[in-house]
Design a protein around this ligand. Structure first.
Ligand code: R7I
Ligand code: MG
Ligand code: MG
Length: 367
């Protein structure tokens, strides 16, 4: 295989295997409230020790993947089987997967979408998602958490195609603009990480500028729409429910904030406050981007030379929606550092690693 293809295969594998590890290891801490860095360090140390002490013929205790990976597998499998994007096939795979294994830790409301999709055999696969939350759609991070394979599958096509595929893949379950924008931010971050020249010093501010360049028109368009809606409805100003509701273009705002945060020491509570660490797309994708970028450099208290390892450890240490923030951050990190950066001992207990490698190969063959 040509050298450039080998390099790409390594980064494709890195992204999908990384995502699996972030999910499986992050799931140990999902929704545990405050996570202590020292506990996360102990968890990964234990993983390494168990692997080292593994006796012949014995098996490691499995770290199962959750809905994040279950759905990412469907995204990859559909793109490969259809040699491109087919929303009905994608929706069917999500639905079958959910009914096959409903106990993978899915979000509280998304099950209703899959029930409707199965029962109604709909022409319009986006309809059940549009009905969620009184017609405003879910703002959960379920669209973003699964989207990394789309960045790989669309690599040859460029951003406009990636955006179209990301938006439609998300809308099968999530129609809230913030859920859609969050998925576009995530797929863009993986896409840009795949393309970043590793032989040069990583200009993280430039990386953030490129993300802002992609997010700005989407947020501006949404802002225009909401202004019109307000006029039509003559509605009184909606009371802000969440801090981020008070900022006009919250994704761009958070991406600018990350630039600031990369220049100084920031506490976990400040990150939680400013970027979020929750189950919403807006409250988690920026934290994943920040984890990836921060871990490029050393982090006090995390003593490993591996920036890939730092990414997962740091993302989990933020607490909250740990499996999802870690899966998204690790999808970016794996895309940047490549498969060789991922320790074997971390891969060994995680469910779904071998399949992730096959999906990476299949997605590369689409290029
Ligand atoms: O977004 P989704 O697929 O959940 C993904 C998360 C990840 O952390 C996974 O690891 C898994 O644990 O779940 O699932 P949804 O059910 O669409 O959204 C998740 C939750 O976000 C919902 O159950 C609600 O609690 C909340 N939520 C909303 N609450 C009020 N109003 C999402 N949208 C809304 C809303 O519009
Ligand atoms: Mg999960
Ligand atoms: Mg989660």
């Amino acid at each position: 295989m040509r050298a450039v293809l080998m390099a790409t295969l390594s980064r494709f594998r890195g992204s999908l295997v990384g995502a699996v590890l972030g999910d499986c290891i992050g799931a140990i801490y999902e929704c545990e409230g405050n996570v202590k860095l020292k506990d996360v360090l102990k968890t990964v140390k234990d993983i390494e020790t168990k692997y080292k002490n593994l006796k012949d013929g014995k098996e490691l205790e499995l770290l199962p993947f959750t809905d994040d990976t279950a759905m990412a597998r469907s995204v990859a499998a559909s793109l490969i089987a259809k040699k491109g994007f087919d929303v009905k096939d994608m929706a069917k795979r999500f639905t079958d997967e959910f009914h096959n294994e409903p106990n993978r830790g899915y979000g509280g409301s998304v099950g209703a979408v899959f029930v409707a999709l199965r029962n109604d055999n709909l022409e319009d696969v986006f309809e059940p998602a549009r009905k969620q939350f009184d017609g405003q759609g879910s703002f959960g991070n379920g669209g973003a958490m699964r989207i990394a394979p789309a960045a790989l599958g669309c690599m040859k096509d460029g951003f406009e195609k990636l955006k179209t595929v990301t938006v439609a893949t998300t809308q099968v379950t999530h129609s809230h603009p913030q859920a859609i924008q969050g998925a576009v931010l995530q797929s863009s971050a993986v896409d840009l990480a795949l393309r970043e020249d590793q032989s040069k010093e990583f200009d993280r501010e430039r990386f953030l500028d490129k993300l802002i360049e992609r997010m700005k028109p989407m947020e501006e368009e949404e802002l225009e729409k909401s202004k019109k809606d307000e006029k039509v409805a003559c509605s009184p100003k909606r009371k802000a429910k969440r801090v981020s509701d008070t900022v006009k273009m919250p994704y761009c705002h958070k991406l600018e904030k990350i630039k600031e945060f990369l220049q100084k020491d920031v506490s976990v509570s400040e990150i939680e406050e400013e970027l979020g660490n929750d189950i919403s797309a807006l409250g988690s994708v920026p934290a994943a981007v920040y984890s990836f970028l921060k871990a490029y450099k050393e982090i006090p208290g995390i003593e490993t030379d591996s920036a890939f390892e730092r990414t997962i450890i740091y993302a989990i240490s933020l607490g909250g929606d740990t499996d999802t923030i870690a899966t998204m951050a690790a999808a970016m990190a794996g895309a940047y550092y490549g498969y060789e950066a991922i320790p074997e001992s971390w891969q060994a207990p995680c469910e779904g690693v071998e399949d992730a490698k096959k999906f990476a190969q299949g997605l590369l063959e689409l290029q």
